[in-house]
Design a protein around this ligand. Structure first.
Ligand code: ZN
Length: 346
């Protein structure tokens, strides 16, 4: 079946969101005549006096960073959500709005300005995972927080203004749209089968092998069948965990290991510091049990054919729905051809 799908236009179903994606593999031979971008060299400066995330430097909000040596978190100086927002709601005819409370934090992964996840030691990435866990637990304890979104924007191409290795954690009162879609699908499957939707999907993927990128005792990295971005990937825990707060210390390390391996493959693909948006999707912390949820992390990288050719979501994709040219299987094959050693260390 798969071989045929590599040649004909088809649609694939995303079991987690209920949405379809158009796949057009017959177009991959089309000549490229659009925009190209400069290939970037890896940064080498371990400390940048002008960086507002480096240890000891002053931030835009006026505060000074401590001389930190482990992951360091602080409340975003220009937060999109505030904890002391007054309650307002609008309900006038067809106009509807409501105020939203939340807390937005920044997580510096390392004091070293030159690093990125694929270049960090597993031990230091484990410290980042532990920080995510700690922040998740602390934010969830607040009565006005019902969902915690952990994410990273990597690379200027993704709109990330600072190259210092860092991510963000936005937490809020309401459950965001993407989580609502997934909650519905998880619950539907759980109610019918009393099993995890993603757990069953993982079993099928491990049997098929075709889209698997990395596997260790506790985690699997794969290209999802319904991938939208050219080299989209997903990290799934083998154990049916609802959120990262449930990770054992062994699982924290296994998570860090697979994060490093996956991001090395990404960097090696076009010999560039591979840009992406990544994020952890997990159960809401709204005081209810969510046995249906299975936490996972997704990577949405925009690069298509080289370090300088980016996929744009325009035209049909803006107005109708997502579309891709190379299939998920072709993308997995290309990623699996990469060396497990980072290209800068060759
Ligand atoms: Zn820095």
């Amino acid at each position: 079946m798969e071989n045929k799908l590599n040649e004909v236009p088809h649609r694939r179903y995303n079991i987690l969101t209920g949405e379809w994606i158009l796949v057009s593999p017959h177009r991959t031979k089309r000549p490229w005549q659009g925009k190209t971008e400069e290939k970037k060299e890896l940064k080498k400066t371990t400390y940048d006096p002008g960086c507002y995330l480096c240890p000891g430097n002053e931030r835009a909000g006026g505060e000074t960073n401590p001389d930190y040596s482990k992951p360091f978190t602080f409340v975003n100086d220009f937060a999109a959500l505030l904890s002391d927002t007054v309650e307002i709601s609008v309900n006038e005819g067809l106009l509807k709005a409501e105020s939203e409370k939340g807390i937005c934090k920044v997580v510096c992964f390392s004091p070293d300005h030159s690093l990125t996840l694929p270049l960090m030691e597993v031990e230091d990435i484990t410290a980042v995972v532990k920080t995510w866990k700690k922040e998740y637990a602390e934010l969830c304890e607040k009565d006005f927080i019902n969902y915690v979104q952990i994410f990273e924007n990597k690379g200027a191409i993704m709109g990330c203004s600072n190259p210092h290795p860092h991510g963000q954690i936005w937490s809020q009162s309401s459950i965001p749209t993407e989580i609502l879609k997934k909650s519905d699908k998880f619950l539907e499957y759980w109610s019918k089968n009393s099993r995890s939707l993603l757990g069953d999907y993982l079993k099928q993927e491990l049997e098929a092998e075709e889209r698997i990128l990395e596997e260790n005792e506790h985690f699997v990295a794969l290209v999802p069948y319904w991938a939208v971005w050219p080299f989209e990937a997903m990290i799934i825990p083998k154990r049916h965990l609802q959120h990262i707060g449930q990770l054992s210390s062994e699982e924290e390390k296994a998570y860090a290991e697979i994060l490093k391996k996956l991001t090395i493959k990404f960097d090696n693909l076009f010999e560039t510091s591979f840009p992406y948006s990544s994020g952890v999707h997990q159960a809401p912390c709204d005081g209810k049990d969510h046995p249906e949820w299975h936490f996972h992390m997704s990577f949405y990288p925009p690069l298509l054919r080289s370090a300088s050719v980016k996929k744009f979501m325009v035209g049909y994709e803006m107005f109708a729905g997502p579309q891709r040219d190379i299939t998920a299987e072709q993308a997995a094959k290309r990623l699996n051809e990469q060396s497990p050693v980072h290209y800068s260390k060759h």
